[in-house]
Ligand binder design. Structure first.
Ligand code: BGC
Ligand code: CA
Length: 342
């Protein structure tokens, strides 16, 4: 009898141990996603529109017995601030994180925090370097193929130049161009510029680079850079390639400020297809943009978040190199821009 009793208490003890081990913070809690989203800068036009899409996607996941809570934080450009915000999100009980790194080369602190608490991270839009992605096996990335966006921008520009001989305003057989670049060190900035320019060259367009200005994705910085470039090169600029729509719009603002007549304007190309970018294409102010599929990215983030939390549906997700999801880009010229307007 006594032996039986010892056996039974032993069994209960082992069961209790098992139960406690399963209750570590951050482990699977089916029935609830508590998602913490950390943005590098919520004033960023593309990201603020992506955030709206993410809310829509999370609403769709919610059912009577599946709760979804989303908490967002804005690092205003500082990695230090973001590190603290991620800690707060984890302390508040988030069981998955979406992180848009302030400094894409410096995610170690965040990765350590997440690993200690077993909270998976889906990085998005600002891609960590490959070595950092290898630090832990619960790190994922959702973004888009930067090279493709540059190729599509280059093709759109080459088509426009070929179909309108007036683009070469000084008729020297070359297209004098300037580039407005995003943040230095951002995967999309360097690659977009290179692949757009190479695509134009491959398309048989003779180019002459006049200048290049960094405007950090920002419309008013782009306006200022453009005003400087116009004053340096007066009426010589025939083409403006911008790494995103906000900077293309800033360049257009600069010419509007100087009251240029339409026939003296260069042609402008952006990337993103933000609401204002698409409108500028429809109005004929921007020749074309390349649609950055925020709906697709938001959907991939939401589905992946649900899969890592519930442990269900992971097999159906198509990863590149096991942990990356890249969405496509699409051409949006005047004829096709309408299709992307919500
Ligand atoms: C977008 C930019 C945005 C940047 C932020 C890029 O992919 O095209 O508009 O500012 O991401 O990281
Ligand atoms: Ca020319």
């Amino acid at each position: 009898m006594k032996e039986k009793y010892i056996c039974l208490t032993g069994l209960i003890f082992i069961m209790l141990l098992c139960f406690c081990a399963c209750e570590k913070p951050g482990t699977v809690q089916p029935g609830k996603i508590q998602l913490g989203v950390a943005y590098y800068n919520q004033n960023d036009t593309f990201l603020s529109q992506l955030n709206e899409c993410l809310k829509d996607q999370l609403d769709r996941l919610e059912t009577d017995n599946f709760e979804v809570i989303m908490t967002t934080r804005d690092a205003a450009g500082s990695q230090r601030t973001q590190d603290d915000q991620v800690k707060e999100l984890i302390d508040a009980g988030c069981n998955v994180l979406c992180v848009n790194l302030a400094d894409r080369t410096d995610p170690s602190e965040i990765i350590d925090l997440a690993r200690e608490n077993d909270v998976p991270i889906i990085f998005f839009n600002r891609e960590p370097v490959a070595e950092d992605m290898m630090q832990w096996d619960k790190l994922y990335y959702v973004g888009a193929d930067a090279q493709l966006s540059g190729i599509l921008q280059g093709e759109l520009a080459a088509d426009a130049i070929r179909s309108d001989k007036k683009t070469d305003r000084n008729k020297d057989g070359k297209i004098q161009y300037v580039v407005l670049e995003g943040e230095p060190g951002h995967q999309d900035a360097i690659i977009r510029t290179e692949s757009a320019v190479n695509t134009l060259k491959k398309g048989g367009i003779q180019l002459e680079k006049l200048s290049c200005g960094i405007a950090n994705w920002n419309r008013s910085q782009a306006q200022n850079r453009m005003l400087q470039m116009i004053s340096q090169h007066q009426n010589q600029i025939e083409l403006v390639l911008a790494n995103n729509d906000d900077m293309a719009l800033g360049a257009i603002d600069a010419y509007e400020k100087l009251n240029y007549t339409e026939s003296a304007l260069p042609v402008f190309f952006g990337i993103d297809g933000t609401d204002a970018g698409l409108q500028a294409v429809l109005d004929g102010k921007m020749t074309a943009t390349v649609y950055n599929d925020k709906e697709g990215q938001a959907q991939a983030m939401a589905e992946l978040a649900a899969a890592v939390v519930t442990g269900k549906g992971m097999e159906e997700i198509e990863f590149v190199n096991g942990r990356y999801i890249y969405l496509s880009y699409y051409k949006a010229d005047k004829e096709h821009a309408d299709a992307f307007v919500k």
